[in-house]
Write a protein that binds this ligand. Structure first.
Ligand code: FAD
Length: 369
């Protein structure tokens, strides 16, 4: 018998939740990660007493009580609500687009006035069925908001002209005719008190882990250790890129510690002008109502991905979707290997979704024993 029942490649939420469920049911797991820390992209690094979200700011939100109860077993959450501001040439606006924003733009006070204003702004454009992101956005919020808050921001985010971007990117653009700055509609929201690493530690209690090890550097050895493998890395890498590379959009983060207590008074400000090279500034302490004398801010720069950069957002165009399907067919033939998580499924998952997916996968296996 092998030493472990499951080898889990990747210590992100998918791997950690899966390992937790299996371990709880008596299966021995080893979790490995090529990074020098556990937790995958939810990892935060404590500096000056502030939890710095290393791979971009993470706000937990879900409507599913069972997922909320699941994470609350390990850590309590605070009452943080994500309500970013937009800065366009020094003017500040509330996000997501709601009555506050409409009031700031047009001095309208009622939903009826706001709707009439938007209608008036697009009446000459004759958009019946939006055929790209620009038309989609225009028909939702009108010309003024589109030009100041959406166009430049989206173009730098995706490195492409808004007319060349598909309309579905913005389908879920939250627009509200209420005075409500809460970005997410979900019933349960917050940031773990003490940081996301507490969630990771709770999930991995009593589970063996190894850091700084790349599965592919020593695949035979790791396969020998366990009966089954759960793989949460990039699916194309698993097959040695033999059908080609799946593309991503990447990000670069620039952080600085400032000798002041409070830099911008809020966790996130989006910079919506195209020629400001970053898309937002994050001030980490505000996620946890930090009171210390210093602060840490991070500028987020979108960038083209290449194989030496972190893959962040999958590109859901036809070319990449059809390449992913080919890899998926190969993955389905690997009987001893379970593929899961955002990289192995080439899919953008929010945290609550990837947790749900790992719970489902592990429960299906446990129920079939
Ligand atoms: P990951 O966390 O990426 O874990 C995969 C792990 O596998 C990594 O640690 C990697 O090092 C390891 N690995 C890969 N290959 C190998 C190998 N060969 N050998 C060993 N280890 C390997 N979600 C929200 O709900 N709210 C948010 O506000 C939010 N904000 C986000 C902001 C950004 C910028 C991004 C990119 C994502 C955000 N998310 C957010 C989504 C969230 O990050 C994901 O849902 C979650 O991290 C997915 O977990 P995972 O296990 O699938 O992947």
């Amino acid at each position: 018998k092998k030493k472990y029942d499951y080898l889990i490649v990747g210590s992100g939420l998918f791997g950690n939740v899966f390992a937790h469920q299996m371990n709880k049911n008596g299966f021995k797991c080893l979790v490995i990660d090529k990074r020098n820390h556990l937790g995958g992209n939810i990892y935060s690094e404590k500096t000056e007493g502030i939890n710095v979200h290393k791979y971009g700011p993470h706000i937990f939100h879900t409507n599913d009580k069972s997922i909320w109860d699941f994470v609350n077993q390990f850590v309590e959450f605070n009452h943080f609500r994500y309500s970013p501001l937009a800065n366009y040439k020094g003017e500040l606006y509330n996000l997501p687009f709601n009555m506050h924003t409409f009031h700031q733009f047009w001095n309208v006070k009622t939903p009826q006035e706001a709707k009439a204003k938007i209608k008036d702004q697009i009446k000459d454009l004759n958009i019946i069925k939006p055929k790209n992101l620009e038309e989609q956005a225009l028909s939702l919020v009108g010309k003024d908001i589109y030009e100041k808050l959406i166009k430049g921001y989206t173009e730098k985010q995706w490195g492409r002209d808004a007319k060349g971007l598909p309309s579905f990117i913005i389908k879920r653009l939250p627009v509200r005719y209420t005075y409500d700055n809460n970005y997410f509609n979900d019933k349960y929201q917050g940031i773990p008190i003490g940081g996301y690493n507490k969630l990771t530690e709770g999930l991995l209690e009593n589970i063996d882990t190894q850091l700084n090890v790349d599965y592919f550097q020593n695949k035979e050895h790791f396969n020998e250790l366990a009966s089954k493998v759960v793989y949460t890395g990039k699916i194309d890498e698993f097959f040695n890129y033999k059908l080609g590379y799946l593309n991503y959009r990447s990000l670069r983060f620039e952080s600085e510690t400032l000798e002041q207590e409070n830099y911008q008074g809020i966790a996130a400000i989006n910079y919506t002008e195209r020629n400001v090279p970053y898309t937002r500034i994050i001030e980490h302490k505000h996620f946890e109502y930090g009171q210390g004398p210093k602060t840490i801010i991070t500028k987020e720069f979108p960038q083209e991905w290449d194989k030496n950069k972190e893959p962040y957002y999958p590109i859901n165009d036809d070319k990449n979707i059809s390449l992913y399907k080919k890899y998926k067919d190969l993955a389905d033939q690997e009987e001893q290997i379970i593929f899961g998580g955002r990289l192995a499924e080439y899919k953008y998952y929010d945290m609550h979704q990837v947790i749900a997916s790992a719970l489902k996968k592990s429960n299906d296996i446990l129920n079939n024993q």
